[in-house]
Design a protein around this ligand. Structure first.
Ligand code: PLP
Length: 436
């Protein structure tokens, strides 16, 4: 009957799977009453855990007033208030908020904005993007085109448009450098070269700042995102930051950009913006970009993009509830201590012979499992090692989802320190259960 995302149904249906029917805080509850720690914040989205009272109240209030009114030609109070509040939080320079309903779509919008800006502001040859290898920006066609995870793209290549690819800071498997810092320098040099050669063709660089998520939790060395911004400034191309995963506290600050004072031209947010309550996304732009779309009606300079659910009042109300919770519950304050608990909790795995590398940034971690630590050889795909480990974790009361053989640990920001300890304990035990 159902068709699940990123799922081979032949094998999935051979396994039992929990049917989730309830949730509370950091816990998911299945129809049989079994409780599981939500170790990946439900696809990195439920950052405030489950059932946040601020968000619940905000949605309940809104649902009795207005569930939806089109944003094409109309506006609504929650959408206006949310834009004001977001603009007070995001990096300086961003001044316009364009709503949509998922991360991929918000990425598409950023790409269209960048392309169209140059097209109608004197540089029409600028029609290509630079993206990183291992990048993930979503599953719609444009978002896939700027993606770099081969497994997700290989079946769809005929649909995708060409991009220039700069290397990711995947130092663990970098042939040219042995440390993260060196790897970062090498990547920046290549990016600079691409931009120098193709400056007349490039409209922007798209980057997941600080950590590339679905590509394997690939962390960047300190200063990398800022250095990418500086290269964009040098060549006067746009920097598009995709904070769909890193935004809303995941890296320890509200936005990853804050760590390095990165000031993008376009910024994409989703996931944590409503903490999993309702689908909402936004593409934020600078005034320079916005002004590049102004003109006479007959000039046809408007952004030709919009969705039925653009500016949905319920989604915006949910996001206002999230921001209220961040403020009133001081969600960010205890994060340094929780981040340390996560780090310490994963320490026992550092010397495990099948743990190649543990990469952490804020309250997210990726554990790369390898067959041979010395050669960094991966396990054969058909062994599904990552999957077998998460099945063990499930038995022990935690829900996780690996990225191939990279185990992702990303608890809700509101998890208690004990819950994070418990989660990391389950991860360690599950690795031992499968690999000895
Ligand atoms: N960008 C990043 C960095 C993501 O991690 C994701 C999803 O995981 C997306 C974009 C796509 O978001 P969505 O799944 O809401 O389309």
């Amino acid at each position: 009957m159902l068709w699940h995302p990123f799922t081979q149904h032949t094998t999935w249906e051979e396994e039992s799977f929990p049917v989730i029917d309830g949730a509370e805080g950091s816990w998911l509850v299945d129809v049989d009453g079994r409780r599981y720690l939500d170790g990946g914040s439900s696809m990195w989205c439920c950052s405030l855990g489950h059932g946040n009272p601020w968000v619940r109240r905000a949605i309940k209030r809104q649902v009795d007033k207005l569930e939806h009114a089109t944003f094409l030609g109309l506006t609504n109070p929650p959408a206006i208030e949310l834009a004001e509040r977001l603009l007070a939080l995001v990096p300086p320079g961003l001044s316009r908020v364009f709503y949509s309903d998922n991360g991929s779509t918000a990425v598409e919008i950023a790409l269209k904005m960048a392309l169209q800006y140059w097209g109608q502001n004197g540089r029409p040859s600028r029609a290509k993007f630079v993206a990183l290898t291992q990048a993930y920006h979503g599953d719609t066609t444009g978002a896939m085109s700027v993606g770099g995870v081969d497994l997700f793209l290989e079946r769809y290549r005929p649909l995708l448009f060409p991009v220039f690819q700069a290397p990711a800071t995947y130092s663990y498997r970098c042939a040219k450098a042995s440390t993260l810092e060196e790897c970062g320098k090498h990547c920046l040099a290549e990016l600079d070269e691409i931009l120098s050669i193709h400056v007349d063709e490039v409209c922007g660089v798209i980057l997941e700042p600080l950590v590339q998520g679905a590509g394997g939790m690939i962390v960047q060395p300190p200063g990398f995102a800022k250095a990418v911004e500086n290269l964009c400034r040098k060549h006067d191309v746009f920097l598009v930051v995709d904070e769909v995963m890193t935004g809303f506290g995941r890296t320890g600050r509200m936005f990853a950009c804050e760590h390095e004072d990165v000031r993008p031209d376009l910024m994409v947010i989703s996931k944590g913006v409503t903490g999993g309550f309702l689908p909402l996304a936004a593409t934020l732009a600078t005034e320079r970009i916005f002004k590049g779309f102004l003109g006479e009606f007959k000039d046809r300079k408007a952004l030709y993009h919009g969705h039925t659910y653009t500016g949905n009042p319920l989604g915006c109300a949910a996001a206002l509830g999230v921001l209220e919770s961040f403020k009133k519950d001081r969600v960010l304050e205890p994060l340094p201590a929780k981040i340390e608990v996560l780090r310490k909790g994963l320490m026992p795995l550092v010397d495990h012979p099948n743990v190649g590398e543990i990469r952490q940034r804020g309250l997210l971690a990726g554990i790369e499992i390898v067959k041979d630590r010395a050669t960094k050889e991966s396990f054969p795909v058909e062994e599904r090692t990552g999957h077998r480990i998460i099945l063990e974790a499930r038995k022990r009361g935690a829900i996780l989802r690996p990225l191939a053989d990279v185990l992702v640990v990303m608890p809700p920001l509101t998890s208690t320190r004990d819950e994070i300890r418990r989660l990391t304990g389950i991860v360690a035990k599950s690795v031992h259960a499968v690999l000895g």
